[in-house]
Every structure is written in C-alpha cells, then in structure tokens.
Design a protein around this ligand. Sequence first.
Ligand code: DX5
Ligand code: ZN
Length: 213
Amino acid sequence: MSNIIIAPSILSSDFANLETELKKLEQNGADWVHIDVMDGHFVPNLTIGAPVVKALRKVTKLPLDVHLMIDNPQKYIKDFALAGSDYITFHYEAVKDNVEEVIELIKSYNIKAGISIKPKTTVNEIAKYIDKVDMVLVMTVEPGFGGQKFMNDCAEKISQIKKIIQKNLIIEVDGGINEETAKYCKALGANALVAGHYVYSMSDMKKAINSLR
Ligand code: DX5
Ligand code: ZN
C-alpha cells in the first residue's frame, strides 16, 4: 500500500453529527481530517470557524488539516492555531504582499504551514515560497463548493512543483478527487489527497478511502 495521505473533507459530511462523522473517518482509515473554512468573501460560501475546529479537536486524534479560504488569514491564524489545528493552509491569492509573514505566523505556533493556489494561479507565482512551507495545496476546482468536476489542467502543476522542490514537501490536491483522478494525481507526484463528495457518496467508506491509495 502506498503511503499517500488521504484527507476526507468534512464539508460533505453530516454537520448535525460531526463527532460521529469523525469516528467514522477514524474507523475507516482516514489519515487526516480536511476542514474547509470559507468566509463568504474570498469564496462565495460560508462554512466553519475556529470554535467548531476547537470542538472537533476534543473528539478526535486525527490530524486536523485546516484549509483557509478566507481574506486576511493573518487575522484568524491565532484562533485556528489555538483551536488545535495541525496544518494551516492559506491561499496565496488572499495575501499576495505578505506571504512570508503569514508563513512565519503559522510556524510561530509550531504548526505546519501550507500555501494553496486557485486554478488560475501559476506555480511560478509561488515558486519562491515553496521551500518555506511544509505543504502546497493545488486546487483542482474553483474553491467554494464540494462536488465539482476535477480540472485536468490544474493537476499539471503537481509535476511543475515536483521539479522545483529541494526538500520533502507535501503536495496535496483538492477538488474532484475520485478513484480515477486520484491515480492521475499520484502519477504526477501528489502525496496527499483531499476527497469530499467521493468518500461520502459511497456506501462503503473504507473501500472508498482505500480506492484512493
Ligand atoms: C472546495 C474545498 C474542497 C472540497 C472538496 O472549495 O476546498 O476541500 O470539499 O470536495 P470534493 O472532493 O467534493 O470536490
Ligand atoms: Zn479544501
């Protein structure tokens, strides 16, 4: 079995029963829990805030992979850090002028830092920051909603990133992941996959998660 990290996104889970949903992820072999934070500005949807992350932290030992799709992430990183996040990923497009400051802020809480790019952002734009982060999150859909179709062109960024890295880096892919698109991303060099709709729409979650490995 490959050592790829599978991070189901709870965006597609039952929000009325999050504790049960986390137990289900643990029992079915998820490696991380992916938490999609949306602010209604950076993306046209509103979801989860730090108080919810804090509550989730109490009921699972799985690493919490927090994906901030918000403007001004610097304003909220402290809250998400103290809530118990293990990975905090911000969007390059939201902080263009102070990327390094944001990376340092996340690291100051002893948390792994990730940088994410939307479909229209090139690898070139973030190339100089790649050696400063622990993870790059490549979006293969426009951020905002689960259940969208995988954009093939975006996945090519995975191999572009692979070519320029000098160290161990987590290359995570998010959006439209299923058994087939997972294969494609892994072949290009991805070592972490987020999956929402696919994992939650299958009757056998364990099988769904394993099919992505
Ligand atoms: C989209 C989110 C994703 C989303 C993935 O804005 O960042 O994490 O939940 O969902 P699927 O796997 O359904 O495309
Ligand atoms: Zn996400």
